[in-house]
Design a protein around this ligand. Sequence first.
Ligand SMILES: [Zn+2]
Length: 225
Amino acid sequence: MLFYILVVSLFLTATYWGSRATSVIAQKIPMDRNHTVIIDAGHGGVDGGATSCSGKLESAFNLEIALRLNDLMHLLGLHTKMIRTSDISVYTQGETIAAKKVSDLKERVRIVSETENGLLVSIHQNTFPDGRYSGAQVFYGPEGEGRELAVQLQQAFIDTVNPGSNRTCKEAEGVYLMQHINCTGILIECGFLSNPEEEAKLRDDSYQQKLCCVIAATVGQFLTK
Ligand SMILES: [Zn+2]
């Protein structure tokens, strides 16, 4: 919680003092800065992912949130690498959409694997045929300390944006990217695009910022040992 307040304060002071001055303050926090936080905006380009109840593509939600998260990670003085910064798929081969999707996932694995001391944060949105379901859920890869980070982040969501939620984090079984990376990694389903109330929140700038403050603060705290 303290870290969450810190990230929100950094964000607010950055708007007054500029992000460079704020980053100087953040550098004073004793944090392991040898990691590169790889921010993966899920889907993109030919692969839009799910479609929200108002018709917006998951890939667009993922990119907006990933870009905000990247800014906040920089405010904390952390190195980042973004897998995509625009509406593209990162495939290198394939004729059909299915083949391009396979190539895209392999390429994401390659980018993560070649990053020294990487820590993957993959951003996605959930959907379900029944529109009642809501809340963020965190999944983790089998390598490194993914489970530890996922447990902390799931609790942070419950303490802040999802009060009363009984969701628990789970291993990302059957998720190609998460099963093939060689480092600590989490995949965040930020909320349900099939729930009209939550979908409206996920489209909202200030809610996206709040989600990103929770994620950045938890990763920051995780790296402060
Ligand atoms: Zn997705």
